[in-house]
Design a protein around this ligand. Sequence first.
Ligand SMILES: NC(=O)C1=CN([C@@H]2O[C@H](COP(=O)(O)OP(=O)(O)OC[C@H]3O[C@@H](n4cnc5c(N)ncnc54)[C@H](OP(=O)(O)O)[C@@H]3O)[C@@H](O)[C@H]2O)C=CC1
Ligand SMILES: O=C(CO)COP(=O)(O)O
Length: 346
Amino acid sequence: MANVAVLGAGSWGTALSVVLADNYHDVRLWTHRKDQAQQINETHHNEKYLQEVSLPSNIVAYNDMEAALQDVTAVVVVVPTKAIREVCQQMKSVLSHKVTIIHATKGIDPDSLKRVSEMMEEELPDDIYEDIVVLSGPSHAEEVGLRQPTTVTVSSHTMKEAEIAQDLFINEHFRVYTNPDVVGVELGGALKNIIALGAGISDGLGYGDNAKSALITRGLAEIARLGTSMGANPLTFAGLTGVGDLIVTCTSQHSRNWRAGNMLGKGYDLHDVLEHMGMVVEGVRTTNAAYKLSQSQQIEMPITQGIEQLLFHGAAPKEVVDQLMTRGRRHEMEDLANILGDQYSS
Ligand SMILES: NC(=O)C1=CN([C@@H]2O[C@H](COP(=O)(O)OP(=O)(O)OC[C@H]3O[C@@H](n4cnc5c(N)ncnc54)[C@H](OP(=O)(O)O)[C@@H]3O)[C@@H](O)[C@H]2O)C=CC1
Ligand SMILES: O=C(CO)COP(=O)(O)O
């Protein structure tokens, strides 16, 4: 059994700690809030996130990162995308031995346009890890915390590191696959949040299942279009971290992105929506990142473009839907063949 640090005591860090604790690892759940660490250790509940889940005694909360990282063999980073660089800098200042590093964050940085593992590689010295492992897939913390059946994928350039992560997490409730396509796994998990905002907006406007299915399907096409242009394998988007995560995030009321979109569709203002959520809604910043990438790579992403207009330029939800529905005519097979490559062209 291993000593594992989980950096980030939000919903997902807490749920992943439960999986690791169920596998008999000693889990150090690090939080940047001293009062939260104390509260978790006293009550064995995380009162702010995932309150209903009772935490096993082999999860101990820490506020001191140096103490949390002492003698660990693996570190799981689960903070919002915007905190990744800061947390890596803190890690770098106190970690001197080699560990397996896994991240479970889903986003793209709108300033540097980097994926999370790329930002981590920029911030961390390469002598403290072999490779960064990405953990992604359809996995709402609320269900994982209740030990409901869940499947995820771990990905790294070296299979050995992905398999170490697979061994740490896999159990009878939490099935872990491996996939070597880091770019595809990471982009699928980040970009689906944009489409989930769209699905929530559609539901908030009172549109039905036809509209949502259209968003999921055409959303997948634009995710795969940008993804393959950035080096992803198109097959990855047919897997758990592609269509799998897209389905769960667009259809589950656990999804923060869906819920935020739903309020936007009902006419609430973005600032008020984010205040109300009180948890990270990654799709907002990632929409801006993906929009900028689509512009620089000249990739057509009409749904992302519409959501960018709605979030940041005052477009009304109904106006965005009207624009999407009245675009020029398209040939579906040509679109799909373009994503898959020449061998599929008719
Ligand atoms: N929730 C889920 O079901 C899933 C989430 N994810 C991904 O996991 C990532 C984290 O999400 P989630 O846990 O749900 O988010 P939450 O909003 O539930 O929690 C975020 C946590 O990160 C902490 N945090 C924020 N900024 C910093 C910082 N600078 N330094 C240290 N800690 C910080 C927050 O602290 P504070 O309380 O002080 O704000 C909070 O504890 C996201 O990228 C999300 O997309 C992936 C799969 C499932
Ligand atoms: O990534 C998730 C499920 O796989 C969580 O999505 P939300 O951030 O929208 O809740």
